[in-house]
Design a protein around this ligand. Structure first.
Ligand SMILES: [Zn+2]
Length: 389
């Protein structure tokens, strides 16, 4: 196979496709001994370098597009598995999706698609795209509604359409949630980021949607997201947790305190300030939980988890613009809410009376980082005594 090396990527001269060497000849035996699975590690390196190449090489991505697999949003609703115990995205090959959507008069191309991942296929890698299309409304005198058409379309595609928030909250697999966060975030960014903030000229968007270059001053811009701290507050005995109910959120659902980082703040400083702002108390110590989650709504953010310790004798005063209430709960009370949530993952039995809405019945569903933090604490896997300020 004739090859040429360029910028750490080896190209096949006939196909012009990049070829990646599994183990570099310069890799010493001593380096290999540091890992128990060098092949696995190298294939990850191979994958991220291929993704990096596809991100910036529009012509290469255009060539790959007909070989790709795709996940789909129609009218900002995601195609997910139907009647399966575990909700996940439905994936189609390019040809299959082209044909099935074509039967409904719907089309897609690279302009409404973004690069999500690289998938193994027959000793090769193919791109995984997310494609987002808008369906036209049926004529006013149509006997069939758009909702019915989309239901039928979902059936034809082997799934059903659901809103993005519900998909994020109920998909159990972290990889799927993170791919969806990327899909929604890149789609929204590409649709809104159209002009150069410096010189106001048009931006040329990459086919991957991983960046955009100003046609005049050549500045390159990358998808934006905001860091958010999310903090579980416990008392010094680690037997009680302070949970909050957001204004306008579903009745009976309590969660951890969260808020956007300000410019010039560390994540711990952000967590401490947000707790003071939202519930009016000071924490004695705070530490990172080494957990994070990309979250795409309403805009793209990265939630970073913390645990903080505060004395229960402090007076709670909630920020009324954001919260309805904040209360201390025992581990037993939180465990009951966690079990109710796991038994009713789509929160279909939410309480309706005003009093019930202000009482702890649920925590966020399993897909949310808040759920995972609270669950860890309920199971005694968070030791607040290692915290420090
Ligand atoms: Zn510019």
């Amino acid at each position: 196979m004739p090859t040429i090396r360029s910028n750490n990527v080896v190209f096949n001269l006939i196909t012009r496709r990049p070829v990646f060497i599994l183990i570099s000849v310069s890799l010493s035996l001593s380096k290999l001994s540091f890992t128990t699975s060098p092949i696995k590690n190298m294939s990850f390196v191979e994958k991220v370098r291929l993704l990096d190449y596809w991100k910036i090489q529009d012509s290469a991505l255009q060539t790959e597009f007909p070989r790709s697999h795709l996940v789909l949003m129609v009218d900002r609703r995601l195609l997910v598995t139907k009647d399966a115990p575990e909700v996940s995205m439905v994936e189609h090959s390019y040809g299959e999706l082209k044909q099935l959507l074509g039967e409904y008069g719907l089309q897609f191309d690279l302009s409404n698609s973004c690069l999500l991942d690289a998938l193994p296929a027959d000793n090769d890698m193919i791109p995984l795209f997310g494609t987002s299309i808008e369906a036209a409304d049926p004529p006013e005198d149509s006997p069939i509604s758009k909702k019915d058409v989309l239901k039928q379309l979902g059936n034809s595609l082997g799934g059903r359409f659901t809103d993005i928030r519900m998909a994020m909250l109920t998909m159990r697999e972290e990889r799927q949630r993170n791919l969806l966060a990327k899909f929604q975030s890149l789609t929204k960014w590409a649709a809104t980021y159209r002009r150069c903030p410096k010189c106001a000229a048009a931006l040329k968007m990459r086919s991957s949607k991983s960046g955009a270059e100003c046609v005049t001053c050549q500045r390159v811009y990358y998808p934006t997201f905001s860091p958010v701290s999310i903090t579980l507050i416990t008392d010094p005995t680690n037997e009680h947790a302070l949970l909050v109910r957001h204004r306008g959120s579903a009745g009976g659902v309590f969660t951890a305190v969260a808020g956007f980082a300000h410019t010039g703040e560390s994540m711990a400083e952000c967590a401490r300030r947000e707790i003071a702002e939202e519930v009016g108390i000071e924490v004695d110590s705070i530490r990172s939980l080494d957990m994070s989650q990309p979250w795409p709504m309403p805009d793209s953010s990265l939630m970073v988890a913390h645990v903080a310790v505060a004395n229960m004798d402090q007076k709670i005063s909630v920020c009324p613009d954001e919260l309805e209430t904040a209360q201390w709960f025992s581990r037993h009370q939180v465990r009951q809410a966690m079990e109710t949530t796991l038994a009713d993952p789509f929160l279909k039995k939410l309480p309706l009376t005003l009093d019930d809405r202000q009482t702890l019945h649920y925590i966020p569903p399993a897909g949310a980082i808040a759920h995972q933090m609270i669950r860890k604490w309920v199971d005694g896997k968070i030791d607040c005594h290692n915290s420090r300020m």
